[in-house]
Design a binder for this molecule. Structure first.
Ligand code: SF4
Ligand code: SF4
Length: 351
């Protein structure tokens, strides 16, 4: 009788792990990853902060960028990640949220230790960076595919994180529906104004992805947190008719729309051209056209990050709670109030 060895089913078999580690990801448990982003390094060197510092007050050097799901149900052309490591659905075991957060903080600490010796590193910032206060659940894949995602949000807040930003491409509306504690901000990534464009450029590998995306947009209309539609602007693809995004704005009614330039980087260089990457002026022109097609106005912008923020002129009201973006100072106050309320809720639940 011959013995047949079957590799245990797991989201990240060894060859995929090795490939990602070479790309400076640190893999955590069975399906999570952490990395030090460019802006975190720039911040520690005292050179620059990412635009989320200007728009939302996030200190880049204390930002933990991670994902609980190195898998995705799309294969977007503009994706800078190595999409060949993604599976279609959830594969293998599901790790504990507590272990994911513990191990991400630990792996990030080790990465930063190496960086601390850099000659231009600011000692104080290095020290501060060891204690992340902000979680960006966005590093790779579709984080909302993690089956225990709502618990992960709570885990971050119960650890003293002051802000938690969630990014989704909207293909898992059931996770949005399951959130009992919201993150500080939810980003919906948007690239296409119709199903044909979506299918061609976002390349979903699950059925009904466009419909699920629309469902997520509709759910976010009544989300009790800051909601952000982020449009990745790709020249020659989705910038010719900004007004065609209006129907999506009507469905989601986000507090904020970020129009952000596609950057020709990483693996996306194999699928798109440098010409698809607009400059700041082109993004600004796009944002102004979108502004005229909607009830939004330009609030902030940042050259270099090539992003223009539009904000609602009128508040979004959910169950008597008012949501409107009113600038950095008020946003910081909102975040402080938001986290206070969440911590109080979590204490009541744990009592
Ligand atoms: S929000 Fe994103 S880009 Fe900005 S510092 Fe955090 S991980 Fe980096
Ligand atoms: S949804 Fe995000 S992670 Fe998935 S393929 Fe698209 S850009 Fe990449």
């Amino acid at each position: 009788m011959s013995l047949v060895l079957v590799e245990q089913e797991t989201q990240l078999p060894e060859h995929k792990r090795e490939r990602l580690e070479k790309q400076q990801y640190r893999l955590v448990g069975n399906h999570s990853a952490v990395k030090i982003c460019m802006w975190c390094k720039e911040s520690i060197r005292g050179k620059a902060e990412c635009y989320k510092n200007d728009f939302y007050g996030i200190p880049s050097h204390q930002c933990l960028e991670m994902s609980p799901a190195i898998t995705c149900n799309k294969r977007c052309k503009h994706c800078w990640r190595d999409t060949s490591v993604f599976s279609t659905g959830w594969v293998g075991p599901v790790d504990e949220p507590k272990d994911i957060v513990d191990n991400c903080i630990g792996a990030r600490y080790k990465l930063l230790l190496g960086f601390g010796g850099h000659p231009s590193a600011d000692r104080n910032k290095v020290e501060e960076s060891f204690v992340p206060k902000h979680a960006a659940i966005s590093l790779t894949g579709e984080p909302m595919m993690y089956p225990r995602y709502p618990e992960l949000i709570k885990e971050f807040f119960s650890r003293g994180f002051t802000t938690v930003f969630a990014v989704t491409s909207g293909t898992v509306p059931e996770t949005i529906r399951a959130l009992d504690i919201f993150p500080t901000n939810i980003y919906l990534s948007v690239e296409a104004w119709d199903k044909e464009m979506y299918t061609k450029y976002c390349i979903p590998v699950i059925p009904d992805a466009w419909e699920k995306f629309l469902e997520s947009a509709a759910l976010l209309k009544s989300a009790k947190t800051r909601t952000i539609m982020r449009i990745t602007c790709m020249k020659g693809i989705n910038m010719d008719a900004p007004e065609k995004f209006r129907f999506l704005v009507d469905i989601m009614q986000p507090d904020v729309i970020e129009c952000k330039a596609y950057a020709w980087m990483g693996y996306s260089r194999q699928r798109l051209l440098l010409d698809n990457a607009p400059d700041y002026g082109e993004v600004d022109a796009f944002a102004r056209r979108l502004m005229f097609a909607t009830n939004y106005e330009i609030a902030l912008s940042k050259v270099g990050s090539d992003v223009v923020m539009l904000r609602r002129k009128t508040p979004r009201i959910v169950d008597c709670t008012t949501f409107i973006y009113e600038g950095l100072d008020k946003e910081k106050l909102r975040q402080q109030q938001f986290v206070k309320e969440i911590v109080a809720k979590l204490e009541v639940k744990n009592a």
